[in-house]
Design a protein around this ligand. Structure first.
Ligand SMILES: Cc1cc2nc3c(=O)[nH]c(=O)nc-3n(C[C@H](O)[C@H](O)[C@H](O)COP(=O)(O)OP(=O)(O)OC[C@H]3O[C@@H](n4cnc5c(N)ncnc54)[C@H](O)[C@@H]3O)c2cc1C
Length: 493
């Protein structure tokens, strides 16, 4: 019996139906479409992965499933590697084409994609990948990048028709034999401390920001507490593709003209550019996952200190703002940009630890983990690009400036709850009497600082600047600017 010809849409980090080019293209054809998503054990076990990510993915998929019920369709979830399932499907179906977005993931997903490509070529399956947001694969030069980004954002979205989707229904015997083990209960159980995944939530966050919340954007963007409401919080929805960048851009532009806070929306839009700009860097030089982009900094050796690393991870460094940020991040999956930069700075400069020893830990904590932003940002904040300003954040000054009343600190470091704001930012200065008055016994309830902030800053600064001045660092710097910056003379990021 001849095999039924089908097309496949493979959902990856693009968990939506709106403005989804692969889905749109597949539904245009006169061939039934099989919708699939893979919870790949290898990716789940990779050290950058955390249950919070997969829960968000599961929530997104559940919402999509719900919408498919109206169309009498189904999105098939596999808790399996991709290739064995594709291989088995070829025994039952004649797969004509597979549609997906280009994925800019970690080294493991890159390797998997290369293997899938070989498989498709071998089986005569056309794998049609379409670009993700503003990122351009095999980009030759950055010169026209910005123009092409604008063009993509102004293209009409790919809106699929509401009804008559010609979808494949897998026989249950076949699906049961392929779907793999049950999806872990941790993935399927809601945790209210984290933002919920799905297109519907994505639009709620975007709408409330663009229609009202953006009013406080510029004022709250650097504040650890106020940013939680004042920033858009759309990052996980972009990372898992619940929203396309084009839809975010178009929607924001539509509201910009009527806003009394246009400046805020313009600042927001510039960050949408950065989103793709950073991912483009990673797309063009993905060794950044493992190596310093500026090769001169490969020689920078730091002695690993597990006590420091643990104290930092657990929010027990004795520096209240750093500790509050780390505890909040672990518990909720979010801190704002400045606080991310600050905790990285504290780790790589004050604690003098290698950026590679924080990269996976932070990836696991950020609900919005996006490899293409994560690695370039970490390297930038670690001062090892040789082209960006080296910024060593002073955690005490930042604490006084951005959490003057200690609202954020007291929330996450309750040991210091009774300490008045004037003494809170440097608790190690509390006298014994003050410790008694404010119910904190330093060294027992809350640690003394594990490093001297000022001395460690000076030592670190000398060392990173010494490398920055070498011929190799400068040569590498020029190469980086040529490769990754639109106009090297007028650069940002
Ligand atoms: C060390 C470090 C690691 C980071 N890792 C990630 C990551 O894994 N995933 C991630 O999405 N962002 C990352 N960022 C960037 C930034 O901190 C977050 O995008 C932002 O805090 C998300 O909050 P928001 O959606 O409210 O941002 P908003 O300020 O509302 O900005 C809107 C969107 O613009 C993009 N954006 C904002 N700031 C930046 C930036 N500096 N660089 C690139 N894109 C930006 C994001 O997509 C964000 O959702 C990292 C920053 C640092 C310093």
């Amino acid at each position: 019996m001849p095999k039924l010809p089908i097309n496949i849409v493979w959902f990856k980090r693009d968990l939506r139906f709106t403005d989804h080019e692969p889905l749109y293209r597949a539904l245009e054809q006169d061939i039934p479409v099989l919708l699939v998503y893979f919870f790949e054990p290898s990716l789940i076990q990779y050290p950058d992965s955390d249950v919070r990510h997969w829960r968000f993915v599961y929530e997104s998929l559940t919402e999509m499933q719900g919408r498919l019920e109206d169309r009498n369709g189904r999105l098939y979830l596999f808790h399996q590697e991709v290739l064995p399932v594709l291989d088995a499907l070829t025994e039952h179906y004649s797969i004509q084409s597979m549609y997906s977005h280009e994925e800019i993931g970690n080294s493991l997903s890159y390797q998997r994609d290369k293997e899938v490509k070989v498989f498709c070529d071998l089986h005569g399956i056309q794998w049609k990948e379409t670009p993700t947001n503003g990122v351009i694969r095999k980009l030759r030069s950055r010169k026209t990048w910005q123009k092409r980004w604008d063009e993509r954002m102004h293209q009409p979205p790919f809106l699929v028709r509401e009804h008559d989707w010609n979808l494949v229904h897998l026989p249950s015997i076949l699906y049961d034999s392929l779907k793999g083990e049950e999806i872990p209960v941790d993935f399927t159980t809601r945790n209210p401390k984290f933002q919920e995944g799905g297109e519907c939530w994505a639009w709620k966050y975007l709408q409330s920001f663009v229609q009202t919340r953006h009013q406080g954007y510029s004022k709250s963007i650097s504040k650890p507490e106020a940013s939680r409401r004042g920033c858009s919080r759309i990052s996980p929805y972009l990372s898992y593709g619940n929203l396309s960048m084009r839809m975010v851009y178009t929607f924001t532009k539509q509201h910009e003209a009527q806003s009394n806070h246009r400046r805020s929306l313009q600042n927001f839009i510039s960050r949408l550019h950065w989103h793709c700009h950073f991912i483009q860097k990673f797309e063009d030089e993905c060794r950044m996952e493992f190596e310093a982009i500026n090769l001169a900094y490969q020689s920078l050796e730091k002695k690993r200190n597990m006590d420091y690393i643990k104290a930092w991870e657990q929010g027990k460094t004795g520096i209240p703002l750093v500790d509050a940020c780390m505890r909040c991040l672990v518990e909720t999956g979010y801190i704002n940009f400045r606080m991310r930069a600050l905790v990285v700075s504290f780790f790589v400069f004050n604690l003098w630890q290698d950026w590679r020893d924080l990269a996976h830990f932070l990836a696991r904590q950020f609900l919005d983990y996006e490899p293409g932003i994560h690695y370039p940002q970490i390297q930038m904040q670690a001062g090892i690009t040789g082209v960006n300003t080296i910024r060593i954040y002073n955690p005490i000054k930042n604490s006084m400036e951005h959490d003057p009343d200690g609202i954020f600190i007291k929330k996450w470091v309750p040991e210091l709850k009774a300490v008045p704001p004037s003494l809170l930012h440097e608790p190690w200065k509390l006298s014994e009497m003050e410790q008694k008055m404010y119910h904190v016994n330093l060294g027992q309830d809350y640690p003394f600082p594990i490093v001297d902030v000022e001395n460690s800053r000076k030592v670190a600064s000398e060392q990173v600047w010494a490398i920055r001045k070498t011929k190799m660092a400068r040569q590498e710097g020029s190469r980086i600017l040529q490769k990754h910056v639109n106009n090297p003379k007028n650069r940002k990021g």
